[in-house]
Design a protein around this ligand. Structure first.
Ligand code: BTN
Length: 329
């Protein structure tokens, strides 16, 4: 687990200036050798810290760290917030609490600077380097069972899309079921996990990961086209401001979903569908289906029109992935 002293060292180094091991040690009340050990483990979680004899340690480029006070100051909703410097996974943490004592309040939100076991959909890893992206998980309860959960994840896509569009001058789009794309490249992903009965109270964890400023060292480990907020905006995005707006959008969308499910939201979803009326390939564990993507219906199912029979089939969520069909000439 991340020790408090490591977080303090990151805070000292976040200005991007040189700081000697001796002075850092004095500030924290620990030895130079202990500082050096902490620096080694910070480098292991992706922080680009280098040292020069006689000058000390420097964090290349500095870092703007998450700050709950700043987030609350910029935000009109008042979710309970928790911030971890490093955690295996914010989703995993909330799922653990749900399964143990569960004293969680609806809307409780967990943020982290870094995840060591960030989870993506379909068993993938979500690259979660320190201090550069947004990793957020929010707890919600619903009393209509697990079926409510899959529609909710589509609604959350709209909340994330609206937030990205507030900052970006390029239009963000949705890829069914849960991806957000800009210029056809992935900028954010959503992983909703649920615990509960099919028709009773259901506990949900809404996990959102947004690329803000992708470090080069991590980029090479990502096996699909990606982009980040700093690439698509004119100025650098302040993560604290972004999270404040994201929390507002998440609250609005959640309230709308609770009242009306996808009955209004599905039109907005379709308007921003990256693949609307395009020929797509849908891959599940058992088969590959090709068809024209007609968008979603009010239940959240994807409507796929068969190219020859023109019959429309409904695809429900699950371990599926969608992509534009390559045209072979
Ligand atoms: C995807 O595969 O597109 C979904 C990615 C979801 C990543 C987020 S980051 C915060 C939360 N914690 C996790 O471990 N995963 C989600």
């Amino acid at each position: 687990m991340f020790m408090d002293n490591k977080h303090k060292i990151v805070q000292v180094l976040s200005d991007g200036e040189f700081h000697s091991g001796e002075v850092i040690g004095q500030q924290l009340g620990i030895s130079r050798a202990a500082v050096s050990e902490h620096i080694k483990s910070l480098s292991k979680i992706g922080l680009d810290i280098f040292s020069i004899t006689g000058k000390g340690y420097q964090l290349a480029g500095g870092l703007s760290l998450l700050d709950l006070k700043q987030i609350k100051h910029n935000c009109s909703v008042s979710n309970e917030l928790e911030l971890f410097p490093v955690i295996p996974s914010t989703n995993e943490y909330l799922m653990g609490l749900i399964k143990s004592e569960n004293t969680l309040v609806d809307g409780h939100t967990v943020l982290a600077e870094c995840q060591t076991k960030g989870k993506g959909r379909r068993g993938r890893t979500w690259q979660s380097p320190f201090g550069t992206h947004v990793y957020l998980s929010q707890y919600r309860t619903m009393d209509n069972g697990l079926s409510a959960a899959s529609g909710l994840s589509l609604a959350i896509g709209i909340a994330v899309l609206n937030t990205i569009n507030l900052f970006s001058n390029k239009k963000c789009q949705l890829k069914w079921p849960n991806d957000l794309l800009v210029d056809g490249k992935k900028i954010a992903g959503i992983l909703v996990e649920a615990e509960g009965q099919a028709d009773g109270i259901c506990h949900l964890v809404i996990g959102v990961g947004i690329n803000v400023d992708m470090p080069a060292a991590v980029a090479s480990d990502i096996d699909q086209p990606w982009t980040d907020l700093n690439t698509i905006t004119d100025s650098l995005v302040d993560r604290n401001e972004f999270i404040a707006k994201l929390l507002e959008q998440l609250e609005d969308t959640y309230q709308e979903y609770k009242l009306n499910r996808l009955n209004n939201l599905f039109k907005l979803w379709n308007k921003n569908n990256a693949f609307l009326n395009q020929i797509v390939e849908l891959t599940s564990t058992s088969k590959v289906q090709v068809g024209k993507c007609l968008g979603i219906d009010t239940s959240g199912a994807l409507l796929l029109e068969d190219l020859t029979s023109k019959v429309t089939s409904k695809i429900f969520g699950g371990e599926v992935s969608l992509r534009k069909k390559k045209v072979v000439s």
